[in-house]
Design a protein around this ligand. Structure first.
Ligand SMILES: [Zn+2]
Length: 245
């Protein structure tokens, strides 16, 4: 009895191992499709994208400059970041993950880079080689991960965060970008605004339609709403000139 049980378990293990291997085959062949041709700097690379050499700007990161035409902008930390990206990506095969517009300014592809299935954009932030760059908006897919990665880099005083001057510089920039203003597109905010015909900021004398570009910039903690236009007007606010509610 014991023997036959043993055999059953053993062959079950073999079968499940085979299954695991079979499951891995398509994943392995899908992984890493695009060859890195050149690393331009910490946050920009050139890949062979479907037979064409394309410049790729990494999303949600902005490493210090190393090859900027305005030489004053190039700083030693830029070289460190560029060296790191070269080390990690040069000659490798990577995957690209897109979010939002396919191309940005200067026609570069905008993407998250995966190397050995690791999100390299996040890795740069985790290493303190870039802040979580939110000038053009928060990451839709990895906002939480970027915040955690940045927290890690700062807590461990890695690279940028180990340099008091750079730390000051990036903290100033970050408050300008408004990373801590969370997005109105969060599920709770969307539900709330659905019930409202008009919205406003607690701190402003203007009211908007919920889909107004200015309404979308209001931080959820300041966002208030009105069911009728009359209610909005009664609050002492005037209609926005852009969305004309
Ligand atoms: Zn408006």
């Amino acid at each position: 009895m014991r023997n036959s049980n043993g055999i059953v378990i053993k062959s079950f293990k073999t079968i499940s191992l085979l299954f695991t291997l079979l499951l891995l085959i398509p994943t392995l062949s899908l992984a890493a499709q695009y060859k890195v041709i050149r690393v331009v700097d910490g946050d920009t690379i050139v890949v062979d994208y479907k037979g064409k050499y394309e410049k790729v700007r990494l999303l949600c990161v902005n490493t210090p400059e190393s090859v900027h035409p305005d030489k004053k902008q190039n700083i030693p930390m830029g070289k460190v970041a560029s060296g790191y990206t070269k080390e990690r990506l040069k000659g490798k095969y990577v995957d690209l993950e897109f979010e939002g517009p396919f191309r940005g300014r200067y026609g570069r592809l905008l993407a998250y880079i995966f190397v050995d299935r690791i999100n390299f954009n996040l890795e740069l932030v985790e290493q303190g080689l870039s802040p979580y760059y939110t000038k053009y908006g928060l990451s839709k897919k990895y906002d939480k991960e970027f915040r955690e990665a940045e927290r890690y880099g700062r807590d461990h005083k890695l690279n940028i965060w180990g340099d008091p001057d750079l730390t000051q510089k990036y903290l100033r920039l970050k408050s300008k970008w408004g990373q801590y203003r969370s997005t109105v597109n969060s599920p709770t905010a969307t539900i709330k605004t659905k019930e409202w015909k008009y919205v406003a900021s607690k701190n402003s004398k203007v009211f908007h339609r919920p889909d107004c570009k200015w309404a979308k910039k209001i931080s959820p903690k300041n966002l208030i709403g009105f069911k009728t236009r009359e209610e909005a007007a009664k609050s002492g606010r005037r209609p926005c000139r852009s969305c004309e509610p």
